[in-house]
Design a protein around this ligand. Structure first.
Ligand code: SF4
Length: 242
């Protein structure tokens, strides 16, 4: 059960430091409808202005506020304490598998570098002429819509065991992005992208543990996108149509 009503304050342990560091404890007043981001903002405004963390939109759109909350990566702005506080205590740490910058801020460059390596950017078809007419009910359009709402928060990357074991692995978000582009009929780089995601560090390295899909705050399923990429790669090897 959450700690609602059990105490006027919660004990918050926050990771502090750069390459090396440790947890620092703060006592934070417990309020109704309080989010993890509310807690971080209280600490920074009232207790320690030196605390470093990222946030921008505060409404689950920008993806910048992701941190580990009691060991699990979540978006801070839309995570209510009622769901995560245990015994009036909370532990906040930076995302896993990314270099530390300071406190709860990590360097997202390796995460986005993998998007580039996976061909996770639109390449217009050279024969494209004018607007493309794409039927909303077409399978390709549905496949795009299933994965397009990624906000680049890095939560799936932090939760992925394979990323932890093999830093060269492209990761769930980059592969999910690649799959949406493989279904974009306006895109002209599908063969090259399929080659990019089919290598040793690509979709076939995924163990299908589904942590990415379980944790994605937008309800996407990178694991399903990765499985689809695997099928597309096999179909291409067997002389399929893509
Ligand atoms: Fe975040 Fe989900 Fe995109 Fe991964 S797939 S970066 S968890 S929004």
């Amino acid at each position: 059960m959450g700690g609602t009503g059990t105490s006027d304050t919660i004990a918050v342990r926050v990771w502090r430091g750069e390459r090396h560091g440790g947890f620092q404890s703060f006592a934070v007043p417990r309020l109704a409808n309080q989010t993890v981001l509310d807690v971080l903002r209280f600490i920074q405004r009232r207790l320690d202005p030196g605390l470093a963390f990222r946030h921008a939109c505060r409404v689950g759109v920008c993806g910048s506020c992701a941190v580990r909350v009691n060991g699990i990566a979540r978006w801070a702005c839309r995570t209510h304490l009622d769901r995560v506080v245990r015994d009036d205590a909370l532990e906040l740490a930076p995302l896993d598998h990314l270099p530390a910058v300071r406190d709860l801020v990590c360097d997202l460059a390796p995460f986005f570098d993998q998007w580039t390596a996976a061909g996770g950017y639109f390449v217009p078809r050279p024969d494209a002429d004018g607007f493309a007419a794409i039927a909303p009910e077409s399978p390709a359009r549905r496949a795009v819509e299933a994965g397009i709402e990624c906000i680049g928060c890095g939560i799936c990357y932090s939760e992925c065991d394979t990323v932890g074991d093999r830093p060269e692995y492209l990761g769930p978000a980059a592969l999910n992005r690649a799959w949406t582009l493989q279904n974009d009929t306006r895109d002209g780089a599908r063969a090259a992208r399929l080659h990019a995601v089919s290598g040793d560090a690509g979709c076939h390295a995924c163990h299908s543990r589904f942590a990415c899909s379980e944790r994605c705050p937008k309800g996407l399923s990178p694991a399903a996108s990765i499985a689809a990429l695997k099928r597309q790669g096999v179909a291409a090897l067997l002389g399929g149509t893509r």
